[in-house]
Design a protein around this ligand. Structure first.
Ligand code: KIV
Length: 278
């Protein structure tokens, strides 16, 4: 397996910043993004050379065991951003704004985004929505808080959408998403997540706007790709959307380790003399 892997391009230690991410689109270099929620995994992801670590509110589902991302709180996001930021040396850390942390008012949006930067040590924030959040994007950008926007299948809109459904299949919806993308760019966002939309629409948006698009379930033509770490590692087995590629089966590995440990203890095979102190 290892023989078949292409040689890794020597990883530069250069810190990934917002301008570096934007430059990658100009240079036609793909942008790699993964989610992380804690110190050990953030460290591994950073050392693997991933460009952006997103502390996503997906943690509500894959870490907290909730059915949606809606219950996640600001305090929890700050806490997870802190763990991730402590581990990261190279990647850009983006903190996700949870449901109702940016919907109420501009003032609340600024205060909450400020907490992710000040207390969580994130370097940018992300939130969901198109033209309707353009004033939030403008306000944060004006106060030097870089914004990654997010449109398409936006998980915080699960009740409006009636489930996690692909968006933008109808001409009217696709036109709206394209307009949203343009408005988001004009408002000053530095990048845009496109989730759960048809490949062709993602291609068109990516070719139309000048800021990088980061796809998830949006096909191969986005400027970068993001996956939820637990999906990629096979750690979350609740359901597997079509767009997930599993690069490991850690649930199976972990379950096997726990089982073997239990059997060893029960059989008196762990610990052995050498695993204790004299
Ligand atoms: O919360 C999250 O992890 C996300 C990504 C899937 C884009 O929003």
């Amino acid at each position: 397996m290892l023989d078949k892997m292409p040689p890794d391009k020597a990883l530069s230690d250069k810190k990934i910043t917002v301008p570096v991410i934007c430059e990658k689109k100009t240079k036609e270099e793909k942008i790699t993004v993964l989610t992380a929620y804690d110190y050990p995994f953030a460290k591994l992801i950073d050392e693997a050379g991933i460009d952006i670590i997103l502390v996503g509110d997906s943690l509500g589902i894959v870490v907290q065991g909730e059915e949606s991302t809606l219950p996640v709180t600001m305090d929890q996001m700050v806490y997870h951003c802190q763990m991730v930021s402590r581990a990261v040396k190279r990647a850009l850390v983006v903190g996700d704004m949870p449901f109702m942390s940016y919907q109420v008012s501009l003032e609340e949006t600024l205060k909450n985004a400020g907490r992710l930067i000040k207390e969580g040590k994130a370097e940018a924030v992300k939130f969901e929505g198109g033209a309707r959040v353009a004033d939030r994007i403008e306000a944060l950008t004006r106060h030097d808080i870089p914004v990654m926007a997010h449109i398409g299948l936006t998980p915080q809109s699960v009740h409006r959408m009636g489930g996690y459904k692909v968006q933008g299949r109808l001409l009217e919806e696709a036109t709206q998403l394209l307009n949203d993308a343009k408005t988001i760019e004009s408002a000053g966002a530095f990048s845009l997540v496109l989730e759960g939309i048809p490949n062709l629409l993602a291609k068109e948006i990516s070719e139309t706007i000048n800021i990088p698009t980061i796809g998830i379930g949006a096909g191969p033509d986005c400027d970068g790709q993001v996956l939820v770490m637990h999906d990629l590692l096979g750690l979350f087995t609740g359901f597997q959307p079509k767009f997930v590629r599993r690069y490991a089966e850690l649930s199976t590995t972990a379950a096997d380790a726990f089982r073997r440990y239990r059997l060893d203890v029960m059989a008196g095979k762990f610990p052995i003399e050498e695993e204790g102190y004299q």
